[in-house]
Design a protein around this ligand. Sequence first.
Ligand code: MN
Length: 205
Amino acid sequence: MSLATYKKKRKFDSTPEPAGKPTKVGKQLHFVVQKHEATRLHYDFRLEAEGVLKSWAVPKGPSINTEDKRLAMMVEDHPFDYRTFEGIIPEGNYGAGTVMVWDEGNYIALGAHDAKESDKLIRAGIKKGELKFVLNGSKLKGGFAMVKLKNDKTGKGNSWLLFKERDEYAKKIVITKKDKSAVSGRSMQQIENAKDKVWKSNKKK
Ligand code: MN
């Protein structure tokens, strides 16, 4: 999978975001949800597949209430290393603003027995416009689904819906009210105030 679009949009001498390269399927597939205070606040939902992070911008953020269906606009693939990026994208750069790792963890495609099979199912699901997977994050857990909209008003064909499947993790609460980083425990304000600007993960991959 190509990261050409991702790279074209960014100047790596002026943004701390990773330039990155495609990765290989390991024992587990990862996901991340980044809260991104750019021109408009949104959440970036990313699933590891095809050696990159397949990415969607979710304006309202994910919900664990099964009654909610959240619009998710598919955007360019991001490098695998992006999943730990928390910090500031400086003014003048694409997506300038504060980025928080709001949630992260492993995931598996519904029905898959291992990461390899999961990767295959997710690739096929993206083509088909239908994804079902189980998240194991710190805020998001259990079954979720995504469907690509056929009548896409933007005309770009990249509108999807993201929603929670019924299971024991579905709750009628607003999960986005939990607003601290899953990796550093910081608020958006604390990330903004941090001198280092980019949070360095001590965790091993
Ligand atoms: Mn974003």
